[in-house]
Design a protein around this ligand. Structure first.
Ligand code: V47
Length: 379
């Protein structure tokens, strides 16, 4: 079956994709049933082709990356999520909490390339007050005023607020005023209660995650959004998750990037589950690009997907492969075999070999221009 798009002919062996392709070519929004058809289609190349069509329309040949550093100030966590291999109880072997000086030193260490972003997330520590996080952020801003601070998931914000007896809005305003510039997308997992009860019973529910994101956007913080897939969820749960994010984005336009995260089962209570396959990872990228028509960016996080699959994902709807990272803990505790970090030059090579133009961005997707280890951001 061949349909004439405005640009090239589209071919599929799956009759269910023909009406979806018509909608994609005419810019019509896809619905719940379309999402299910995309997950169920045996013609993965056609699904990827459609997603790539949308990506090219939005971004041409450009693929984004950044030079960033992850900092996880503590792995101590009161929650005991079955999905997680990172969190530890306070006195358990392997638990750690960085003193502020240690966290500031970690920010400065690693690759010598000047980072443009600190990505900061951690466990829900029972004793660390909000003041620790305010001081952490303020100290980073004093030491690295040019570096964007993307910090704390909606789950952490809700926890800080409860401990400090503040509203979500007050907590976000304090962190913003201390120097948080935007927020990462973690903790969203899957919004469906049935699944959340199994994988992360102790976390805020889906509605609270969405409401916290709404307030973050209202106080002027952009954020990302994630979805953890490849565990006990089904296609309906995945489509439901994506459409809830899309509905919130219609209201706030505060999300920058969607990042599908493949579940890594090693060393978690869900260790018996198999790892996701390359085909599912690519399909997830493509379906995300097609359903999230109001999200500017879809990220293939190379740490989670492997650099090889992330590279192919650039032709399945992704326009971003994240950054240098330097030191990744959450996936490596759960058995990831990818390197802990990658050099800027390797990210550039991966992107070029995918046939795309590498574009070094800052967290807000402005162009970064480098001379030696200094950089300037186009504003
Ligand atoms: O929220 C935890 C996930 C997330 C496991 O916003 C796991 O730019 C797989 O959100 N297997 C944290 N996933 C990472 C995250 C992120 C990563 C990169 C970029 C951005 C961004 C955000 O990792 C958690 C959870 O969903 N996670 N454990 C695991 N065993």
């Amino acid at each position: 079956m061949t349909l004439a798009s405005s640009r090239r002919p589209f071919t599929t062996t799956d009759a269910n994709l023909a009406p979806i392709a018509d909608k994609v070519f005419s810019g019509e929004r896809l619905g719940f049933a379309d999402g299910l058809a995309l997950y169920g289609s045996r013609d993965i190349f056609a699904v990827g082709w459609l997603a790539n069509y949308v990506r090219e329309k939005l971004h041409g040949d450009i693929a984004y990356f950044n030079v960033n550093r992850h900092i996880n100030p503590t792995n101590v966590c009161v929650a005991a999520c079955r999905l997680c291999a990172f969190g530890r109880k306070k006195d358990a072997p392997g638990s750690y909490t960085m003193a502020l000086e240690e966290a500031w030193a970690a920010a400065a260490s690693g690759y010598t390339e000047a980072v443009t972003e600190f990505h900061i997330v951690g466990g829900l520590h029972p004793d660390l007050p909000l003041q620790y996080f305010l001081d952490l952020v303020r100290g980073l801003k004093e030491r690295f005023p040019q570096v964007h601070i993307k910090a704390f998931t909606m789950v952490e914000i809700s926890f800080f607020a409860r401990r400090a007896k503040l509203s979500i809005r007050e907590t976000l305003e304090k962190l913003r005023d201390a120097g948080v510039d935007s927020m990462p997308g973690g903790g969203a997992e899957i919004f469906a209660d049935r699944v959340r009860h199994i994988i992360c019973d102790h976390k805020i529910d889906g509605d609270e995650w969405l409401e916290t994101a709404r307030i973050a956007h209202q106080v002027g913080l952009k954020s990302n959004a994630t979805m953890l897939y490849g565990h006990v969820e089904n296609d309906e749960d995945r489509v439901d998750h994506l459409l809830k994010l899309r509905a919130l984005q219609d209201d706030t336009h505060g999300f920058q990037t969607f990042i599908p995260l493949a579940f890594h089962p090693d060393h978690t209570p869900l260790e018996h589950l198999p790892r996701t396959t390359g085909m599912l990872d690519l399909r997830q990228i493509a379906v995300s690009r097609l359903l999230l028509d109001n999200f500017p960016h879809i990220k293939a996080y190379w740490q989670m997907m492997t650099p090889q699959i992330a590279q192919i994902a650039l032709r399945f709807g992704a326009d971003d492969i994240d950054g240098t990272v330097v030191e990744e803990k959450i996936y490596h505790d759960a058995g990831a075999t990818t390197p802990q970090g990658m050099r800027r030059s390797d990210l550039v090579r991966i992107i070029r070999e995918a046939g795309c133009q590498p574009f070094e961005r800052d967290t807000l997707y402005r162009e970064v221009t480098r001379t030696e280890d200094a950089f300037t951001i186009a504003v």
